[in-house]
Design a binder for this molecule. Sequence first.
Ligand code: IDP
Ligand code: MG
Length: 153
Amino acid sequence: MERTLVLIKPDAVQRNLVGDITQRFERKGLKLVGLKLIQLDSKILKEHYAHLLDKPFYPGTEKFMQSSPVVAQCWEGFEAVEVVRQMCGVTNSRKALPGTIRGDFGISVQCNLVHASDSLDTAKKEVPRFFAVNEVLNYEKMGPEYLYAPDEK
Ligand code: IDP
Ligand code: MG
């Protein structure tokens, strides 16, 4: 099973969309293994968005991401990284397909509601960036036989 990081961004927190977004991942069949409300600072954002530091929009991104707490989540599932990325939609919410989180709730590039790890390698770095080892929990959940075939677990 893969684990992936989701951040529900300040725009979604302020717009009362935490529940709607979380419910989508739950209904999909993903398993919530980490969850917390956190205030990000410049240091963690510079690490998290290292690939964007030289972009002209980066100062705006950093300010936006600190403008309110965010909800950090770790979701687990078979091919969870790709599943969650697909559910979020492309970066520009105006281009994100209907049915995706960004496509359904957003109309902005910056204020695009969610962050999701973009590959398994990235997820392996991002989950420990936001969660201590004891904040990601292992537990049994009812009903995986109705979510997966035996060779998908
Ligand atoms: P992603 O969130 O879809 O993985 P990235 O390219 O990793 O997209 O960019 C991280 C975040 O930086 C985006 O989600 C968005 O909030 C912001 N961002 C990316 N490109 C732009 C831009 O061209 N203008 C303003 N903000 C941007
Ligand atoms: Mg990204």
